[in-house]
Design a protein around this ligand. Structure first.
Ligand SMILES: [Zn+2]
Length: 171
């Protein structure tokens, strides 16, 4: 079941201190889905993404969006090619920039490392934003923490008969 696109007027959202929470599945995030290259797509039941978006206006009158993403995904280990779970708990703070902002204000924003800049938009695509953030958090070559690869790789190889002979000669 696909989630309909979620377009948000992000400036109004933050001014009203609105809050939006929900869950997404991988069918909502096709780019992410392709990236996960899940070998056995076991009905996709394990894959779940939940999010909370909170609008906020701080004491300085800056309009903010706070986004939390919690994702439990299944990908393929690049070493042993077995399934590997990926769990993300991500938090983002966005400062909504007015299109009419001057360069001076942009400089101020750059001084604040805590925030990412988000262009003011009446149709901010929330699902695309969440998907982008997860994709950026993804390891380039996901692999299990333990040394899972050596066994899987060598299991297909036949032992070298000369190596066995060598052992005999030495002893
Ligand atoms: Zn592995």
């Amino acid at each position: 079941m696909n989630t309909p696109p979620l377009f948000i007027d992000n400036l109004a959202f933050s001014k009203k201190n609105e809050r939006l929470a929900g869950t997404l599945s991988l069918t909502d995030c096709q780019r992410l889905n392709e990236l996960l290259q899940s070998a056995q797509n076991n009905s996709g039941a394990a894959d779940q993404i939940s999010y909370i978006l909170q609008g906020k206006t701080d004491v300085a009158g800056q309009h903010l969006l706070l986004l939390s993403i919690s994702a439990n995904l299944m990908t393929t280990c690049q070493r042993c090619l077995n399934e590997m779970p990926l769990n993300f708990n991500l938090k983002f703070k966005y400062l909504i920039g007015d299109v009419s902002d001057t360069d001076v204000e942009v400089l101020d924003i750059d001084n604040n490392d805590d925030y990412d800049l988000q262009q003011a938009s009446q149709t901010m695509d929330l699902i695309a934003l969440i998907e982008d953030e997860i994709i950026m958090a993804m390891p380039i070559a996901p692999a299990h923490d333990n040394d899972c690869g050596t066994l899987a790789r060598q299991s297909g190889e036949k032992p070298n008969p000369f190596a066995v002979l060598k052992g005999f000669i030495k002893s």
